[in-house]
Design a protein around this ligand. Sequence first.
Ligand SMILES: CC(C)(COP(=O)(O)OP(=O)(O)OC[C@H]1O[C@@H](n2cnc3c(N)ncnc32)[C@H](O)[C@@H]1OP(=O)(O)O)[C@@H](O)C(=O)NCCC(=O)NCCS
Length: 181
Amino acid sequence: MDPIFSINETSEADYLQVRRFIELVDTDFYPPLSERGGGIPERVDAGLDTPKGNFLVARLKERDSSDHTDGIVGMVGYTRNWKSDDSAYINFLATHPQHRNQGISRELCLRLEEFLGEQEIKRIYLCTWSSNPAAIKFYEKLGYYAYSVVLDDRGRGINTIYYKKDISIPMQNNNIRLDSR
Ligand SMILES: CC(C)(COP(=O)(O)OP(=O)(O)OC[C@H]1O[C@@H](n2cnc3c(N)ncnc32)[C@H](O)[C@@H]1OP(=O)(O)O)[C@@H](O)C(=O)NCCC(=O)NCCS
C-alpha cells in the first residue's frame, strides 16, 4: 500500500508551517522548546535550510486547505558536522499528535540516515530525557544506544540521555518504504 505522506527537505518557503508545527508539539518536550534559549523562532532560524542543516518533513499527500501546517505530520531536524566532519546531530523530532504510532518518525529517521549516509556522515547523535518512554523505545528500536546520562539535568529525577548510532553499519530489516525521491 502507498504511504499517505511524502518526505522532503524544507526550504525558506516553509518557514511559517515549520514554526507552527513546532508550536503544535511544543509542550510534548521537556522543558518545552519555547522555554529554551531563543525559543521557537530562533530554533527555526538556526535550523531551516542553512549550510549546516535542515528539516525533513513528512506531509500528507491529500491536504485540507484549512490546515495551518499545510499537511505536516512529522518532522526531523539535523545539524551536520557535529562532533566531527562525519557526524550529525538530530536537533528535533516529532510526529503530529493525531498521527503517532503509524511509523511516520521511523520513516523520517530512516530517510535521514540514508540522506546523511550519502554525504559521508557515519554517526548520528541525539539526546532525549528519561521521562519520555516513547522516544527511548523509539530510538533504541532504531538502533541508537545510550552512551552518556546526565542525572537530574532537566529537574529532579529527570535525566538527559545521550544517544548515538553508527549508520555506516547497515541495519537488518529496516523495511524502508519511501516514495518521494
Ligand atoms: C517519539 C515520537 C517521535 C515517535 O513518533 P511516531 O511517529 O509515533 O513513532 P513510530 O510510529 O515511527 O514508532 C516506531 C517505533 O517506536 C516505538 N514507539 C513509538 N511510540 C511509542 C510509544 N508511545 N510507546 C512505546 N513505544 C513507542 C515503537 O517501538 C514503534 O515501533 P512498533 O510500532 O513497531 O512497535 C512521538 O511519540 C512524538 O512526537 N513524541 C513527542 C515529541 C518527542 O518526544 N520527540 C522526541 C524528543 S527527543
